[in-house]
Design a protein around this ligand. Structure first.
Ligand SMILES: Cc1cc2nc3c(=O)[nH]c(=O)nc-3n(C[C@H](O)[C@H](O)[C@H](O)COP(=O)(O)O)c2cc1C
Length: 500
């Protein structure tokens, strides 16, 4: 199977949805929390200091300076602002609550797990850890100086983000692989921006030999390594690495469902996008070049601190609709954060172009626009009210029409494959997820709401945007506007209070 075959086979159309009616098997729903049982569990200090740098500044590239005294506090801070539980949602019919996290996830199913390696971090034992968001604690899977020869270099902290695809496939079937890739993009940016807000640089490596990394981390067979993120910087308090023998505890990975269901198409696309060699990838510089007739004004600013914005971020259930609009300067800020460089071995070349369905933006006629990031310009490609079209194309989800602006992210999958082979399919989706995460945070910083939308009629989008086959394929939708309040959500700093 090639990426082309997988992508084609997982497109939504009216016909494909009618054919594949899917009933959710609630009794077999995968547990959203994995544990490695039987290993030492280390506390991450509660309530680590909040990164105070304005979120928009962090998104636009400024390095934060949160004073951090010791390693445990730094690790706690990194995870509290990227992967921890940040709210709970009440189910009206039963009164029970379920957890929401700092990083979003399609269907709130959270296929992404955070593993990390530390070497010479002050006050923290060197070793391999698995983050447990349900308790905000670290499960110590190994102790000692485990060198991560596959990371960019000898970084003191290296994260390995993995996907448990079954969690997504339980609900979304074969299309789930796409959502797992998006979720990795979101998790990557959640982590990279949390690090940046604290004062650490990060570098993501996607180009690694999968089986070697899985073996190195001794991952359970249902967890697939997707991204390695190394952290550097003076704000990481360091000491000499531990000497002596390494001890591997491993732990017993919890089973997530009674009976995971096999999804052969997903196994095939994952196999097709695997790498076996360990050669490094050379960065290929390329950004889509073009221009538009509308020059965007200077981006709006916001004082909302990174700490507050990261933990307040939520997906809007719907938007208010009506006539209330956002300003062009706000749109300019939202677009500016997507144009920032992404620090990764696959992000020298960018594969995603943004098309905007403008519903309510001051000074812009309703219509479809293409964003050209180099000179911050918009090119109008269609005029007229797009609300019905945007909602219809997003599988009839009203929120895409009630937003002020909705996006189609168009991925140049052919170019990604030309540069990286089938592996490029992952990278285009990581980039889309990364852009999505930046959009979420920019919207939240500006007092707006946002929602990622993975469900759309693929070929209908191409037709609506008049995209020739060589102009790319839709990989993600996104909506930003004034959110409808959701009384079921409450903020939570106390993960333990939630019952699952
Ligand atoms: C890749 C991706 C696709 C999503 N697709 C949809 C969608 O089609 N419709 C929708 O209402 N929400 C969608 N969401 C939002 C999720 O449902 C939401 O992130 C999840 O319920 C957790 O809520 P939170 O974002 O407030 O933490 C998507 C999120 C992601 C990351």
């Amino acid at each position: 199977m090639t990426w082309r075959e997988y992508h084609e086979a997982t497109k939504h159309s009216v016909e494909s949805l009618r054919r594949a009616r899917h009933v959710l098997d609630w009794a077999n729903m995968p547990d959203p929390f994995r544990h490695y049982e039987g290993v030492p569990v280390l506390d991450l200090p509660a309530d680590p200091p909040a990164p105070e740098m304005p979120a928009l500044d962090v998104l636009l590239g400024t390095l934060g300076t949160t004073p951090v005294g010791d390693g445990p506090t730094l690790l706690s801070q990194l995870l509290f602002y990227s992967a921890a539980i940040s709210a709970s949602k009440r189910v009206p019919s039963t009164g029970s609550k379920y957890a929401l996290r700092v990083n979003p996830s399609s269907g709130n199913l959270h296929p992404t797990e955070f593993h990390f390696l530390t070497r010479g971090v002050k006050g923290w034992t060197d070793g391999w850890y698995h983050y447990d968001p349900s308790r905000h604690m670290a499960e110590q899977r190994g102790r000692g100086d485990f060198e991560m020869t596959l990371a960019s270099d000898s970084a003191p902290i290296v994260f390995v983000l993995t996907s448990i695809v079954w969690r997504e496939a339980w609900k979304y079937g074969e299309r789930a692989y796409r959502y797992c890739l998006h979720d990795i993009g979101h998790a990557w940016q959640a982590l990279a921006l949390s690090a940046r807000a604290i004062g650490c640089d990060s570098f993501a490596a996607g180009h690694f030999p999968d089986d070697e990394v899985a073996e190195l981390c001794r991952l359970n067979t249902d967890e697939w390594p997707m991204l390695i993120v190394s952290l550097h910087g003076r704000s990481i308090p360091v000491r000499e690495a531990d000497t002596g023998k390494t001890v591997w505890f491993g732990g017993q990975a919890t089973q997530l469902s009674k009976e995971p269901i096999a999804h052969p198409l997903i196994d095939s696309i994952h196999f097709a996008t695997k790498r076996s060699g360990s050669s490094r990838n050379s960065l290929t510089e390329f950004s889509p070049i073009g221009s538009g007739e509308i020059r965007l004004p200077s981006p709006a600013s916001s004082t909302g601190s990174f700490g507050e914005v990261a933990r307040m971020r939520r997906s809007a259930l719907d938007f208010l609709g009506g006539k209330q609009s956002i300003s062009l300067a706000e749109l300019s800020a939202i677009l500016a954060v997507t144009a920032q460089p992404l620090s990764a071995d696959f992000a020298g070349a960018r594969f995603i172009q943004l098309y905007l369905y403008v519903h309510h933006v001051d000074g812009l006629q309703p219509g479809v626009y293409r964003f050209w990031p180099k000179h911050a310009e918009l090119e109008q490609v269609k005029s007229g009210d797009q609300r019905v079209a945007a909602a219809g194309l997003s599988l009839g989800q009203d929120l895409a029409g009630n937003a002020c602006v909705t996006f189609s992210m168009i991925g140049d999958l052919e170019r990604a494959a030309h540069i990286y082979g089938d592996r490029g399919y992952r990278y285009a989706h990581f980039e889309a997820g990364a852009i999505g995460h930046r959009l979420y945070l920019a919207a939240e910083a500006l007092g707006l709401g946002a929602t990622g939308i993975g469900a759309f009629y693929d070929d209908e989008v191409h037709r609506h945007l008049n995209l020739a086959p060589n102009q790319g394929q839709v990989v993600y939708h996104f909506a930003i506007g004034y959110p409808v309040p959701d009384p079921r959500v409450s903020a939570s700093n106390e993960p333990q209070e939630i019952t699952w």
